[in-house]
Design a binder for this molecule. Structure first.
Ligand SMILES: Nc1nc2c(ncn2[C@@H]2O[C@H](COP(=O)(O)OP(=O)(O)OP(=O)(O)O)[C@@H](O)[C@H]2O)c(=O)[nH]1
Ligand SMILES: [Mg+2]
Length: 304
C-alpha cells in the first residue's frame, strides 16, 4: 500500500460516514445536520465543523458532488496554513528537541525523518536524552546504526540535561547538520517532566541561545481528543514549535488533526501512517482533506 492508500484507509470511517451523508437529494437542514455529525464524529471539533457547515449552506451547492467539492476546498484552505516545512539548513547543527508522551512515536519518527535527511545528503546525529530506560537508549542506538546517524549517549541514569549538552557539543565537533534529542515521555509526574524539559533547554542554550531550533511534539492520533490536552501540557513546558502526528493509519478519527491545527495554530511537519520510513510524509492539506472526504488524491502515487 502507498502512504496515500494507508492514509485513506485510516480516514475511511469518516469518509464512509460522509459518503452516506452526501447522498442527499436536496441540501436541506437534515442533510446539513448529517454532514455536520459525520464531521464532528471525526473529532475535527464542533466549531470547525460548524464553520464548514455554515459556509456549505451559504454556498447552496446544487448537487452532492458540488457540495463535496466545496467542502474539500474549504477544508483544504483551513488546513493549509498548518503545512510546515522544517528548514534545517538554517542552522548547523540544527537542534531538534523531540517531546511527547511515551509511545507517541518519537523515536521511530526521529529515525524516519533522519532517513529522509540522509537521502538529502545531510549528516544526522541522535542524542539519547531519555536516560531513564536502558531500552530507550538501545532502541535509539539501533536506529542510529540503521540510518547511519551519529549516536551520542551517556550511561543509563545520567543527567538528561547533561546528556543533551554533551550530545550537542559532539554534534558540533562532528559537524552534524541536524541533531535530534530524544527525550523521555514519562517521569514520575508532570511537574518533574516539566522541570526536566526546561532544564534541557536551559543547558543547551548555554552553547547556543538560539537552540533548540525546533521543539517538535509527537502526537499519537489514536488518542483522539486527548491529543489536545497533550499540546496544552507540553506548550506549558516548552515553546513547542511544531507537531508530528503519527498513527493516522490506526484511527477512525483523523479529524483530530484539524482540531489540533485550528486550536493551536502550530505547523504540522509530518504525518505518520505506518511503520516504515515511506509512511512518514510531509503534511499536505489537500491530500488530507481529500482522504477525509473520500477522494482519489494521489492514487497514481505521484504525491509520495
Ligand atoms: N501504525 C503506526 N505505528 C506507528 C507509527 N509511528 C510509530 N508507530 C509505532 O508506535 C510504537 C511506539 O513508537 P516509539 O517511537 O517507540 O514511541 P516513543 O514516543 O519513542 O515512546 P517512548 O520512548 O516510550 O517514550 C512503535 O511500535 C512504532 O512502530 C505510525 O505512524 N503508524
Ligand atoms: Mg522513544
Amino acid at each position: 500500500m502507498s502512504w496515500w492508500q494507508r492514509l485513506k484507509e485510516g480516514l475511511k470511517k469518516t469518509s464512509d460516514r460522509l459518503e452516506t451523508a452526501f447522498r442527499f437529494t436536496k441540501l436541506d437542514a437534515a442533510a446539513l445536520e448529517e454532514i455536520e455529525d459525520a464531521l464532528i464524529m471525526s473529532d475535527m471539533g464542533v466549531s470547525t465543523a460548524q464553520v464548514l457547515i455554515r459556509e456549505l449552506a451559504a454556498a447552496k451547492p446544487q448537487s452532492p458532488e458540488e457540495a463535496k467539492a466545496f467542502l474539500k476546498e474549504r477544508l483544504t484552505a483551513l488546513l493549509q496554513p498548518a503545512e510546515g516545512v522544517l528548514d534545517v539548513r538554517s542552522a548547523q547543527p540544527f537542534v531538534i528537541l523531540m517531546v511527547g508522551v511515551n509511545g507517541a512515536g518519537k523515536t521511530t519518527t526521529i529515525a524516519k525523518m533522519a532517513q529522509k535527511m540522509k537521502a538529502q545528503g545531510l549528516q544526522v546525529g541522535f542524542g539519547a536524552v531519555d536516560t531513564f530506560r536502558m531500552a530507550a537508549i538501545e532502541q535509539l542506538k539501533v536506529w542510529a546504526d540503521r540510518t547511519g546517524a551519529h549516536f551520542y549517549a551517556k550511561e543509563m541514569g545520567a543527567d538528561p540535561a547533561g546528556s543533551a549538552y554533551d550530545a550537542y557539543q559532539a554534534a558540533i565537533k562532528n559537524k552534524d547538520d541536524v541533531l535530534f534529542l530524544d527525550t523521555a515521555g514519562r517521569l514520575q509526574n508532570k511537574a518533574q517532566l516539566m522541570q526536566e524539559v526546561q532544564k534541557i533547554i536551559r543547558v543547551i542554550r548555554k552553547i547556543n541561545p538560539a537552540a533548540p531550533h525546533a521543539v517538535l511534539l509527537t502526537l499519537d492520533a489514536t488518542v483522539g481528543q486527548n491529543a489536545l490536552s497533550q499540546v496544552a501540557a507540553f506548550k506549558e513546558m516548552a515553546d513547542v514549535t511544531g507537531l508530528l502526528i503519527t498513527k493516522l493509519d490506526g484511527t477512525a478519527k483523523g479529524g483530530i488533526l484539524a482540531a489540533l491545527t485550528q486550536t493551536y495554530h502550530l505547523p504540522v511537519y509530518y504525518i505518520g501512517v505506518g511503520e516504515t520510513a515511506e509512511d512518514l510524509q510531509p503534511f499536505d492539506a489537500a491530500a488530507f482533506a481529500d482522504g477525509l472526504l473520500g477522494g482519489s488524491h494521489g492514487t497514481d502515487s505521484s504525491n509520495a
